[in-house]
Design a protein around this ligand. Sequence first.
Ligand SMILES: [Mg+2]
Length: 185
Amino acid sequence: MLWENIFRSLKPNQIVDGFTQINFAALRAKGIRHVICDADNTLTYGKWSLSLDNRNHAVKAVAAGWISALVILSNIVLESKRRRLRIANIAERLNGCEYHCAVYPHIKPSKEAFEAVFEKLPPDATYKNTAMIGDQLFTDIIGANNLGMYTIYVRPMAPEAPWMWPKRWAEEIVFALTNWRQNLT
Ligand SMILES: [Mg+2]
């Protein structure tokens, strides 16, 4: 069934209320060694402020050896120095982690966006041992699910601009039609 397939590729392996609720030690026990993470509204509140709690949670996971690295994958969509600088600045504050700014047409959820970020992960990274963390079902989650990665949906941190609302309504419809959110971790 078409709908079943669509829902399957939208379903995250985990749904959490916020980035700090992700248990990286437990992920490691599942065999997840690498992490790719969205920036806006996953790590940051809106577009600018990286939450200190999120920053500390990510840095601790790397320091403890639960994950090899956290690498940022952000859709900047249109090429711009300012947009790149913004993501670079977030990466800098995460102890200088690697990042990839995806530009149209190679943006999430396309395979090319993920392939580009894999080049910044250690050589042993595979789709199977890498998790994708993000706040959007239709970019972060579906793209990573289609490649067979482990996916974690994080509730968006901040209210958004009106142009994002239709995407969020579509997500709400998916959540209303499924019981995924009842298994909130
Ligand atoms: Mg986001």
